[in-house]
Write a protein that binds this ligand. Sequence first.
Ligand code: NAP
Length: 281
Amino acid sequence: MMAGDFILAGVMGWPIAQSRSPILHNYWIERYKLNGRYVPLAVRPERLSDAIRGLPALGFRGCNLTMPHKQLAITMVDNLPDTAKRIGAVNCIVVGEDSKLSGTNNDGNGYVLSVQEVAPQWQPSDGPIAILGAGGAARAIIVALLERRASEIRLINRTFEKAELLAKEFGSAIKPIAWDRRGNAIADVALLTNATNQGMTGHPPLEISLDKLSIRTLVSDLIYVPPETAFLTTAKARGNVVINGLGMLLHQARPAFEAWFGVMPEITPDLRASVMATFNR
Ligand code: NAP
């Protein structure tokens, strides 16, 4: 690619209007005075393959993938690293010099970094971790936590069988736990994570008692709309350190931006404020 070229990247989803990725990548493009644009791409699931295969011809350096494309896209890239393979989903595609498409998944890594940003001393191997939910987001963070030597992940899901399936797939560090036992199962964990959609704007709040939770437990929610769910508000009021899902979004975006635009961007208070300002739109 020639110096001075206009660099294009984007995010494919269906629908796509809710994605905050254009805000943050375009913030960085301006911040680093780069010549390029990051665009929302409304792609129907049945056209995903055509859209992905069209990236090199359109001059895109790559794209992010969001709902509902992340899983489907693993079959549509030329290179798939082990982490993305294990997660079973791709959230980022990079177009190589040879026009080959590499799929990666930065979600789990971004999650771990978002926790360590708030609690720098925390390591996934520090103690038991409890995850509520066993969907796509839970899979991504399970893979990242296991890659960093987490020894016990209590997987608490409304549909118990889904937690059991993940335990079968990922091994004995995953302990499936029935939903109605969640209040007791979280008592002594080092990290508690909500990876369900409960508490997201438009959904009911997460129902869980935090009465038995240790005050030292780090409490995180993958949700960032609203920025503070009732779950986090309750945990914060008890004195627990809390982490919302915005950091995961921002940290997964950094290596993608670097792969496309050649600059490893910084997460600053001003960037956070710019993304947060869109939540009341
Ligand atoms: P998903 O695959 O649809 O999984 C949804 C999970 O929520 C399942 O475990 C489901 O349990 C559970 N659930 C749904 N309704 C429930 C209820 N009434 N009571 C208890 N559990 C319920 O969704 P996902 O893609 O994993 O996303 C999960 C959350 O992570 C969403 O809030 C999403 O916004 C967030 N997320 C954040 C980021 C970020 O960057 N911060 C990235 C990805 C996702 P069943 O198995 O019983 O259905």
